[in-house]
Design a protein around this ligand. Structure first.
Ligand SMILES: Cc1cc2nc3c(=O)[nH]c(=O)nc-3n(C[C@H](O)[C@H](O)[C@H](O)COP(=O)(O)O)c2cc1C
Length: 147
């Protein structure tokens, strides 16, 4: 059976949603089944059945400092991800600081097994989002890891 992937996004102006759709496209091209959804429209069964879950939001901060996951309250409302393989992604404008690491920590506190986390430049999503999705898929498939 093919791998089941869910891509969740929290987006205000559409960039993170676009990143989620590009990630979804790359995942589909790899042969997995994929569902792309807003965090406010989660399908609980789909999430429970998922082999791999991407969770994305935007970078909030003061450009030079104070970087953090945007709308983290909404991310915390995602059902607990106990032992699920999770990949964190974000989108930013100029400088993400350490927001992607903070997003990974937030998801780990939420029970996730975070495989990777990255912030993508909103101006280069077509390039960066599929590349990151493919990296994350390799990690989740254990490519390059000997049994
Ligand atoms: C209140 C606020 C703070 C932001 N702070 C940063 C920042 O510190 N660094 C950065 O690179 N982008 C920052 N941005 C830009 C957003 O992270 C970027 O536009 C993102 O792609 C928005 O995602 P969305 O379209 O999914 O809402 C900020 C945006 C807002 C609204």
């Amino acid at each position: 059976m093919s791998m089941k992937v869910v891509v969740l996004h929290q987006s205000r102006t559409g960039n993170t949603k676009k990143a989620a759709e590009l990630i979804g496209g790359a995942v589909q091209s790899s042969g997995a089944s994929v569902s792309v959804r807003s965090v406010s429209n989660i399908d609980y069964k789909e999430l429970a059945d998922a082999d791999l879950i991407f969770v994305g939001t935007w970078v909030d901060g003061l450009i030079m400092f104070g970087h953090r996951p945007g709308d983290s309250g909404k991310i915390k409302k995602v059902p607990k991800l106990w032992d699920k393989k999770v990949v964190a992604f974000m989108t930013h404008a100029l400088n993400p600081g350490n927001a992607a690491e903070k997003m990974a920590s937030l998801l780990e506190e939420h029970g996730a097994n975070v495989l990777a986390s990255r912030s993508l430049n909103r101006h280069h999503l077509e390039l960066e989002a599929p590349a990151f999705a493919n990296e994350a898929l390799s990690l989740s498939n254990g490519v390059g890891v000997t049994a």
